[in-house]
Design a protein around this ligand. Structure first.
Ligand SMILES: [Zn+2]
Ligand SMILES: [Zn+2]
Length: 324
């Protein structure tokens, strides 16, 4: 079964090199940052460069393009100054994503910082509403589910739905589900039954029509740990069989998958960064090799899994095996 598969591509070598790298990896979709995700001064993207990037990406068949928003913002912040600064940066990032021809801007919904969930949800919704206000938006905002660490919001489907529902232009707001975050937040996607329950719960709360993108990451952190640690596909706690079921699931057919699995960086080892997979943009060719390996794993699972679903044997529980 052919799936629409890509990776988060570093832009440290420039936007055009990012397209080249996605092509070398035989991706059919891609995700980038439009700036350094951890802040710092960012130059505007020259129009000519944006146009060349757009033309080369389209020619390479990389559809859709997703831009991942910056980490340093908090759209749920109760502090007026932080919220205003976050909104300004976010709106700028939205404009950059639109200029690059991105179909999606993936958005972390932020942390409520003690004000409680309803207040945080209202602030994110307000920030998203103001960002979409005005011109007819060509870029859709995707709210990404989180692992639920600290006071972070967005770890339940109900929270994502509440934010989306509170935005007047909600037709331009969808959801991106990250498998590592789902697992860490306590959605049991590692089992066949758990995956079915999770997808049904998503459909009830948000609706399948609004699921636009999946971040495909295994988890180095255990189930329900509320810890965000992306890991190589099939080598973490979620495991190969779960990814086989995910990439071949009929309800997920046609939805683009983006890998944010770890890339070895050229930087000296430092404190671990949350969301390390999508990490800094200083990745070397070693990171490209790791992407190649993870892509090959997913492609193999999509191939093997395609025919095996309908005539799969009934599952035998551990208790039954012991009884035998
Ligand atoms: Zn993310
Ligand atoms: Zn993600």
């Amino acid at each position: 079964m052919s799936i629409n598969l890509g990776v988060h591509v570093p832009i440290a070598g420039g936007l055009l090199e990012a397209v080249g790298r996605a092509k070398r990896l035989r991706c059919t979709t891609m995700q980038i940052f439009s700036r350094s995700p951890r802040g710092g001064k960012t130059l505007p993207i020259p129009r000519e460069l944006a146009e060349r990037f757009d033309a080369q990406r389209r020619a390479a068949g990389l559809e859709p393009l997703a831009v991942h928003g910056p980490y340093i913002i908090n759209l749920a912040s109760p502090e007026a100054a932080v919220w205003k600064r976050s909104l300004a940066l976010y709106r700028d990032d939205y404009a950059r994503a639109a200029a690059l021809g991105a179909r999606y801007l993936v958005t972390h919904v932020g942390s409520h910082r003690g004000q409680g969930e309803p207040g945080g949800i209202a602030r994110v919704a307000e920030a998203v509403s103001r960002t979409l206000d005005g011109a007819a938006p060509t870029t859709m905002i995707l709210l990404e589910n989180t692992a639920g660490s600290g006071q972070g919001l967005g770890y339940t489907f109900e929270q994502l739905a509440a934010i989306r529902e509170a935005v007047p232009a909600k037709a331009h707001v969808g959801v991106c589900l990250d498998t590592a975050h789902l697992f860490a937040a306590g959605y049991p996607i590692q089992t066949d039954e758990g995956l079915e329950q999770t997808l049904a719960a998503f459909d009830r709360a948000v609706g399948f029509a609004h699921l636009r993108l999946i971040h495909l990451n295994d988890s180095k952190a255990p189930f329900n740990s509320r810890v965000d640690r992306h890991w190589h596909i099939g080598e973490g706690h979620i495991g190969r069989e779960a990814f086989r079921r995910i990439v071949t699931h009929p309800r997920l057919r046609g939805i683009p998958f983006i890998l944010e699995t770890p890339k070895t960086t050229a930087r000296p080892p430092g404190p671990p960064v949350a969301h390390a997979g999508a990490g800094g943009d200083s990745e070397s060719r070693a990171g490209e090799r790791e992407d190649r390996r993870n892509l090959a794993t997913v492609r193999r699972l999509a191939q093997d899994g395609a025919g095996s679903r309908p005539n799969r044997l009934p599952r035998i529980s551990r208790a039954q095996l012991v009884a035998v």
